[in-house]
Design a protein around this ligand. Structure first.
Ligand SMILES: NC(=O)NC(NC(N)=O)C(=O)[O-]
Length: 392
């Protein structure tokens, strides 16, 4: 993953994937043994962890995370998390930020694909009663849970020790996580990094879907710069909440001291930044949405989109050698250069698009730098020249 040069040295590669449990992706805590000091749903918040030195509630010190009581009864605390986007998990970040004298000393993590669990008799799927019965059954049947992380000690929530990373090799679709803490205490965030996996057998090849969406299995595989916001944010659900929920690069340091209009009449804005994605399913793209929502003084001057069809071997080569070299991939223009506007959605279809064949990967290039909040690529799922399956 050579192009991911902006990541801090020593961090695991899996941090580049999508957080499948984040509440902005639809992640939910459906059960917790105890939430005395702070609710388990805080584990799934997108926002950075906060500490408010003088905030107290009627239950104790206000904490931004999941915090249970000091146990005076047998057992340990645990919760069940329903992933917002079911998929294949590559690693976890158990973040203990600000839990110092009260962090959970150990955890373990189990996973299951509960879609395959038979629903209760009567097929009343979706009613509250049925869902409760189903959850109760699912919680109790321990054979349904695979151990992804065995019991491991955590480090306390000081800035240099708060991230407890666990790499996982489990090439199966997961819908739910059972998160155990031993015996009790507090944890600020649980980030579940992976790639969404949609069941494409249920999607008609006549249906237009956003093939790039996080929910449909899209994933960012490389970028040139992610200083203020990671490009994966562009494939999130709904419209961006704020600038932090989009892709934003740093200002290019090589920008001219004074911008000038050239003899051609064009403004001189040299330089560009790029991000590469694999679609959740290959397909022919018929409608593109580029949303610069919230980027008003920092939207890119222009953008273009190229596409290609890659085998999984070619993808692996690019991940190893870098996407920037341009050697291994023959990018073809999907959307030729377009001027962008601030803080709005722009749509491109029909003659604006130059490629009708099915593609598996795309590269968005912005010039010279700036922010884009969402990128949507609508098309029909079709087999491409090759159909890479996730080996990541
Ligand atoms: N000062 C604390 O954080 N105390 C307790 N926790 C909260 N949140 O009040 C505790 O010791 O478990």
């Amino acid at each position: 993953m050579a192009d991911w040069k902006t990541r801090a040295i020593g961090q695991p590669d899996f941090l580049q994937f999508n957080n499948l449990a984040c509440e902005t992706a639809g992640g939910k805590v459906i059960f917790a043994t105890d939430e005395w000091f702070a609710p388990a749903q805080n584990l799934l918040k997108r926002e950075p962890v906060e500490f408010r030195a003088s905030a107290f509630t009627e239950f104790g010190k206000w904490m931004d995370g999941w915090e249970t009581r000091r146990k005076r009864i047998p057992g340990h605390d645990w919760c069940i998390i329903q992933l917002g986007v079911p998929g294949v998990i590559h690693g976890f970040d158990v973040d203990t930020s600000f839990f110092t004298g009260n962090y959970a000393p150990s955890i373990s993590i189990q996973a299951s694909c509960l879609e395959t669990v038979p629903r209760p008799e009567g097929d009343r799927t979706g009613t509250a009663a049925t869902e409760r019965e189903f959850e109760a059954v699912a919680k109790l049947r321990s054979e349904m849970w695979e151990e992804l992380v065995p019991v491991k000690e955590l480090k306390p929530g000081y800035p240099e020790t708060c991230h407890n990373y666990f790499t996982v090799t489990f090439p199966h679709r997961v819908t739910h996580i059972r998160f155990n803490m031993y015996p009790d205490g507090g944890i600020a965030r649980l980030r579940v990094y992976g790639v969404g996996q949609r069941d494409w057998s249920t999607v008609s090849s006549m249906k237009q879907v956003d093939l790039l969406s996080l929910a449909n299995g899209g994933v960012c595989l490389g970028y040139s710069n992610a200083h203020f916001g990671h490009p994966r944010n562009m494939i999130g659900l709904g419209r961006a909440a704020n600038m932090g929920d989009g892709w934003e690069t740093a200002r290019r340091l090589d920008r001219p001291r004074v911008l000038k209009v050239q003899e051609t009449g064009m403004l001189q804005v040299p330089g560009s930044e790029w991000a590469v994605f694999r679609l959740g399913h290959p397909g022919a793209i018929s409608l593109i949405e580029i949303d610069t929502n919230h980027f008003k003084g920092n939207f890119p001057d222009s953008c273009k989109i190229e596409a290609c069809s890659l085998t999984s071997e070619a993808e692996e080569h690019c991940l190893r050698e870098g996407w920037g070299s341009g050697q291994a991939v023959k990018w073809r223009t999907l959307l030729p250069p377009q001027k962008l506007k601030p803080h709005q959605r722009q749509f491109f279809s029909g003659d604006a698009l130059e490629l009708t064949e099915a593609v598996s990967h795309i590269r968005l290039t912005i010039a010279p730098d700036g922010g884009v909040s969402r990128l949507r690529l609508w098309g029909r799922p079709k087999p491409a020249f090759s159909n890479p399956t996730s080996k990541l």
